[in-house]
Ligand binder design. Sequence first.
Ligand code: F3S
Length: 411
Amino acid sequence: MKLTDVQKRMLDGESGEPVQQSMEIIVQLADFWEAPDLIPVQSVHMPGASVKTARRAGRKYIRWCADSGAQFVTTATLNPAAADLTGNDIGITRETMNQQLEITDSYKRMGAIECHTCTPYLVGNLPRYGEHVAWGESSAIVFANSVLGARTNREGGPSALATALTGFTGGYGFHLKQNRIATVHVSVECPLSDQSDFGAAGYCLAKQFPDALPVFTGFPERTSMIGLRAMCAALATSGSISMFHAVGITPEAPTLEMATGNRKLETLTIGQKELQETKAFLDHNDQSEIDLIYMGCPHLDYEEILQLSKLLAGRKVSSNVTLWLLAANSIWKSCERSGLTQVLKDSGAVLLSDTCPNITIFKEVIESRRYRSAATNSAKLAHYMPSWGIKTHYGSTAECIDAAVTGKWRG
Ligand code: F3S
């Protein structure tokens, strides 16, 4: 592989041991994928930012890098943590909290933006069309590649950290134009409106074509960001999809022909029947009583918070229900100024930052709070929550708010 003088000097240890080890990781990965060279990246989104994902070895390695004085050379944002660091108690132990604070502190000392969100693009890490980045977190990767037209592979904790310390990644995979061409055509033949529709459509496709690069036709002309974000999360849940096109919506698919590279592809049809079957598959709960509702997977944007505040205005969350709403702390702060957070707090909703059920130690949450029956409008959470021991309903945003207020699932 061709290395520049700067890259060779990093490999020789001129910039210190953490940078040298990072360059070794980057070069070995690039070699494995037969990349001809390394390319500079503008930003990194760190997936290994939680106690649950970094584990003991990761926590120690991240701390060693920070203690050695290593500094990030790219913009770097942090994926959710195991705890809400703004002070909301979600039921995790003191030990988990202390370990989380150690990880967050180490990343901060190296120069990361302490945002702990899966929506880095909402908090200042917003790559341009065609820009090369190195992101982790499956839903954010799909968003970067598909909606923004930026270019990233699916990075893990060690490779993302290595790129933030060196500024380079291997020139392979989704960084190359030829790997961004659709491999299956999905014809959507039913209306998609609520985010649970987009989530179900994405989940349905990825279950059948888990490694595909789909191109969708039939999305609504005015497809909202809410729908696109739900699609991103769902595609990376039942499959390992890192990118999709939607004709007339996403930047690399002005036409079907451009998205497919003029190739004839197999077509999957998603109609009302497939959508309803997928929603039924994702609804694992046979109880009507609800004690936990999670919304904000991916973390909420302003438009969703506005929608939720309209649905909850003047209503009260049932005393038997915890309604947890998840968003980046800076998004909550900007909603505070427009009065939206007050409406939500008045209803009894709990506004969480920094964390997510998938990335906290959910067993500790369930054990301390004794939740038994949940609901969500996120296909990703509906997929994972049952495996953590909690039965979960899947439905629209309005159905989830109705359940929050009545304590019963009537979807
Ligand atoms: Fe984000 Fe967690 Fe969902 S990382 S996409 S809120 S499972």
